[in-house]
Design a protein around this ligand. Structure first.
Ligand SMILES: *Cc1c(COP(=O)(O)O)cnc(C)c1O
Length: 422
C-alpha cells in the first residue's frame, strides 16, 4: 500500500459485522479464562493485552499505522513528544553514559538533554553538524550510546544529513535516533537513509488539529544491538524475569523493551480516546502535508521578495542553504518557515502584534496559521550562546503556515510586516 492508503487502512481492519471506524476501547484491563493465560502474557507480552498502562487496542492500532508509514518493525505511543524523546534515550542509556546530539534541535529537547538528562547522570555532547566526520567522531566517548538529530530542525529549519550521521553512528557502533516531527513519514522516511529509531511529537502535523498532545517511538529493527555495547538489551533484565531482549525478541528487542520495562515503570501511555483523535488526524495527513508544502512555498517566496525581511529559512527555496539536503531527503519542505525581520527584536514584536489571522500561540504545525517568537517564548530559557547554536536570534519569527486560503495568509503577513516597520 502507498502512504495515502496506509493512512486510511493500516492498523485496523474490521472483520465481518465489526465497526467501520476504529473503536475506542475504554477499558483499563482485559479478561482471561485462566491464570495460565495471564501468566503466559506476563512471560511474553506479545501474546496479549493485560493492562492499559502499556497496551490498549485503540492505541496499538494507531501504533501499527505509524509503524507501517515509517517502515519499522514496531512502535509505541507516548503521552507527548517529550516522553518519546526521553524514553528513546533511556531505553539504551543509564547514569554514566553519554549521547551525541546536533545542537540544531527543538528547544524542549535541548532542555531535556542538557539539563534533565545531566541530573540523571547522562551527558549530552552537542556537536556542530557542519563539523567533519572525523571531528564529530573525535567527540565520542567509550560510553557514548547514540546519536540524535532532527530531520527538519524546529525552529532553525535546517535539514539534517541523515545518511552522513547514520554512517558516523554506525562506524562507532551506536544507533541514530531521528526526531521526524516536522517532516512526518509523508515527507521523509529516515529508515530509508539509515536511521535506526524514529520519534515524533504527534502533537504537531500528525494530529494536526491542536486537539491533544502525543508522541511515538518507532523501531526500524535494523540496528544490531549485539554488536555494540548495550548490556541493557543483551543481558538478562532482572526486572523482567531475566529476559534477554535481543534473544527473545530479535529485531523487536528495542521496542519491546521500551514497552515492557520503561512504559511499565514510567506509565506515560496515551488514553484510547487520544489515540482515536490522533487516528483521525493521520487519516488526512498526506492531503494536508501536500497543501502545507504548497502554501508554505508561496509564503516563503513572498517573504523572500519582501523589503521588510532580512532573511528567510525554508529548505524548499532554491536560495536556502539547506536546499540540496532538502532535495535529497524531503518530498516537500513542510509548512514551517522562519524568517528574520528588518529591525531586530523590536520589529519582530510589532510584527507579531500586527497580525490578525495568524494566531500568536505556543504551537506549530497546526491546521490554522500560527506564529511564534522563539527568542522570547519557546527558547527563552536558553543562553545567547545556546540560542546562536540553535540558529536563533531576536529578529527571528517562526511562521507555521496553515490551510487557510493562501491569499488570506499573505494579506495578513503583509499587514504584519508593514506594522513591524512603523
Ligand atoms: C513539539 C516538539 C517536540 C515535543 O513534543 P510535545 O508533544 O510538545 O511534547 C519534540 N520535537 C519537535 C521537533 C517538536 O516540534
Amino acid at each position: 500500500m502507498k502512504d495515502e492508503t496506509k493512512c486510511l487502512h493500516s492498523g485496523y481492519k474490521p472483520g465481518n459485522g465489526e465497526p467501520r471506524v476504529l473503536p475506542i476501547v475504554q477499558s483499563t484491563t482485559y479478561v482471561y479464562d485462566s491464570a495460565a493465560e495471564v501468566a503466559a502474557i506476563f512471560d511474553d507480552p506479545t501474546k496479549g493485552l493485560c493492562y492499559s498502562r502499556f497496551g490498549n487496542p485503540t492505541v496499538m492500532a494507531v501504533e501499527n499505522k505509524i509503524c507501517d508509514l515509517e517502515g519499522g518493525v514496531g512502535a509505541m505511543c507516548t503521552t507527548s513528544g517529550q516522553a518519546a524523546s526521553l524514553l528513546s534515550v533511556l531505553n539504551i542509556c543509564k547514569a554514566g553514559d553519554s549521547i551525541v546530539s546536533t545542537a540544531e534541535i527543538y528547544g524542549g529537547t535541548i532542555n531535556l538533554f542538557a539539563f534533565t538528562l545531566k541530573k540523571l547522570g547522562i551527558e549530552c555532547i552537542f556537536v556542530d553538524k557542519n563539523s567533519t566526520d572525523e571531528e564529530i567522531k573525535a567527540q565520542f566517548k567509550p560510553n557514548t550510546k547514540l546519536v540524535f538529530g532532527e530531520t527538519i530542525a524546529n525552529p532553525a529549519l535546517t535539514v539534517f544529513d541523515i545518511e552522513r550521521f547514520a554512517n558516523i553512528a554506525h562506524s562507532m557502533n551506536v544507533p541514530l535516533i531521528i526526531d521526524n516531527t516536522f517532516a512526518t513519514p509523508i515527507l521523509c522516511k529516515p529508515f530509508e537513509f539509515g536511521a535506526d529509531i524514529v520519534i515524533h511529537s504527534t502533537t504537531k502535523y500528525m494530529d494536526g488539529h491542536a486537539v491533544q498532545g502525543g508522541g511515538v517511538i518507532v523501531d526500524s529493527g535494523n540496528f544490531d544491538w549485539t554488536k555494540g555495547n548495550f548490556p541493557e538489551l543483551t543481558t538478562p533484565d532482572e526486572s523482567y524475569h531475566g529476559t534477554i531482549y535481543t534473544e527473545s525478541y530479535g529485531k523487536m528487542a528495542y521496542i519491546i523493551k521500551a514497552r515492557m520495562q520503561l512504559m511499565r515503570d514510567f506509565g506515560c501511555y496515551p488514553a484510547a480516546n487520544s489515540a482515536f483523535l490522533l487516528n483521525l488526524g493521520l487519516e488526512t495527513l498526506p492531503v494536508r502535508m501536500r497543501q502545507y508544502c504548497d502554501n508554505a512555498m508561496a509564503v516563503a517566496t513572498y517573504l523572500e521578495n519582501s523589503p521588510y525581511v532580512d532573511s528567510v529559512a525554508y529548505p524548499g527555496l532554491e536560495s536556502d542553504e539547506n536546499h540540496e539536503l532538502a532535495k535529497k531527503y524531503l518530498k516537500g519542505s513542510s509548512g514551517v518557515i522562519s524568517f528574520r525581520i528588518k529591525g531586530g527584536r523590536a520589529a519582530a514584536a510589532k510584527f507579531m502584534d500586527g497580525l490578525s489571522l495568524a494566531s500568536n500561540e505556543v504551537h506549530v504545525a497546526d491546521i490554522r496559521t500560527c506564529v511564534l517568537h522563539p527568542a522570547s517564548e519557546t527558547h527563552r530559557q536558553l543562553t545567547d550562546e545556546q540560542l546562536a547554536a540553535a540558529g536563533i536570534d531576536g529578529a527571528m519569527v517562526r511562521f507555521s503556515v496553515g490551510l487557510e486560503n493562501i491569499e488570506d495568509i499573505i494579506a495578513d503577513l503583509e499587514a504584519g510586516l508593514i506594522a513591524s516597520q512603523k
